[in-house]
Write a protein that binds this ligand. Structure first.
Ligand code: SUG
Length: 415
């Protein structure tokens, strides 16, 4: 059966706070803090469990090999001798944010009737620019079935950050939909990470119907306020678009284009007068998983930070009582990831497909999640501080940790 499968990035053993992402407020604020990789990864697994308990299909991706010593070698250095900021860029566990792994167009939207995935080049941030090689290998492994086409990234200099800047509207997941690409334009002190050229190229390569493909500009104000990806200020599921009123550069035009392409859309806008952009971004209200619940209605899986923000939580509570398609608010604790600017939606990549066509080693069930938890609890470091990144013992430990995970998942081919 064709359904939406959420693939979560297992949070890697090198999770740390290095302040690597200018324009990402949480990453900058928490630079230099002591990270807790073990707790982080267990929070991620618990999120998967909770979503599975809702009756949703769940998959996962494994962490990439970090520190990335081949990247350092290309730069003519190594862990011992690299400058501290380069070392941190080699160590980053940023592949946990699977929403940035790829852009996915389900089979029902594409010309050849296959599900297309394009690995994101993530070229704007140095620490993320060397993710795609490992991600591409993993996508090729998970989606090797001929029902999928896995594309290499869009070439430089066109920045692409994957599904975080891509939304899809449809009457049901297995029906043809409208794909919305949200791009940014460099206008302020923070980078615009998604280029329009990359979005257009992906739409062409995926064989999307031009009448069902929209390109919408993210608002400069949202980027300046810290919405470094569109999924920090908007999320869509089936016929619902849930968005902050300041998400798009020209909201009236954007909503009109969306309505023209998908007349059944239900646009839920949160006014700035009720929830400021700052509150939306600090609470990650929109970085939620908006999911269709098997029992009907939609659930909003949002970070506990949204529950703690009075303006946000009271808006949400009022909203769900007003006959909204969003029927359940489901707070989840992913604080370790949140402190680097990654909420529940960042941690997952949505793939609409028949789970039987995915390599079963990437599909979650209770038993495999328990095995993953066992490996995390035994091997993941409890803490990493910035100074630890030069320690040979840490490098040895995180390597062993990842290999133990690959062994238990029978994914040694990704070593
Ligand atoms: O790219 N943070 C990530 C967060 C990605 C969130 N993803 C989505 N919105 N879909 C980023 O900015 C911080 C790493 C550090 O500072 O150590 C970081 O890469």
């Amino acid at each position: 059966m064709i359904q939406e499968i959420n693939f979560d990035g297992i949070i890697g053993p090198t999770h740390n706070y290095a302040g690597l992402s200018p324009g990402n407020i949480a990453s900058a604020r928490n630079a230099g803090q002591i990270a807790q990789p073990r707790a982080a990864a267990l929070q991620g697994v618990e999120k998967m469990r909770r979503n599975m308990a809702l009756g949703l299909a769940q998959g996962f991706f494994v962490p990439l090999d970090r520190p990335d010593t081949s990247w350092l070698a290309m730069l003519g250095t190594n862990i011992m001798h690299a400058d501290a900021h380069i070392r941190a860029q080699a160590y980053s566990a940023s592949s946990m944010w699977a929403a940035n792994a790829a852009t996915v167009s389900p089979a029902s939207d594409t010309l050849d009737g296959k599900c297309h995935l394009t690995a994101a080049n993530l070229l704007t941030m140095p620490h993320r620019s060397h993710e795609w090689q490992g991600t591409l290998r993993q996508l090729q492994c998970a989606f090797a079935n001929p029902n999928f086409v896995v594309h290499a990234p869009i070439p430089a200099p066109f920045g692409d950050e994957g599904a975080a800047n891509h939304m899809r509207l449809c009457s049901a997941h297995d029906q043809a939909g409208v794909e919305i690409f949200v791009y940014g334009v460099l206008a302020g002190r923070f980078p615009a990470r998604q280029s329009i050229e990359a979005s257009k190229a992906i739409a062409r390569n995926h064989g999307l119907n031009p009448d069902k493909t929209l390109l919408i500009r993210q608002s400069d104000e949202a980027i300046a306020a810290g919405a470094f990806h569109n999924d920090v200020v908007a999320v869509a599921n089936e016929q619902v678009l849930f968005t902050h009123e300041r998400a798009f550069q020209n909201p009236t035009l954007a909503y009109q284009k969306i309505r023209d392409a998908f007349p059944d859309v239900q646009i839920i806008t949160v006014p700035a007068a009720d929830v400021s952009l700052q509150d939306a971004i600090s609470s990650y209200l929109f970085n939620a998983q908006l999911v269709s619940l098997p029992e009907a209605g939609m659930g909003l899986v949002l970070p506990t930070e949204a529950q703690e923000n009075r303006a946000v939580w009271s808006w949400l509570q009022r909203h769900v009582q007003q006959g909204s398609p969003i029927t359940r608010l489901l707070p989840v604790d992913v604080r370790q990831s949140m402190a680097n600017g990654g909420g529940p939606a960042c941690l997952r990549l949505r793939v609409v497909a028949d789970p039987r066509t995915v390599d079963p080693r990437f599909i979650a069930n209770d038993k495999v999640l328990s095995q993953i938890e066992g490996i995390i609890s035994t091997h993941w470091p409890q803490e990493i501080s910035p100074d630890d990144l030069s320690s040979p013992a840490l490098m040895e430990q995180v390597r062993r940790a990842r290999h133990a995970l690959l062994d238990v998942l029978n994914l040694q081919n990704l070593a």
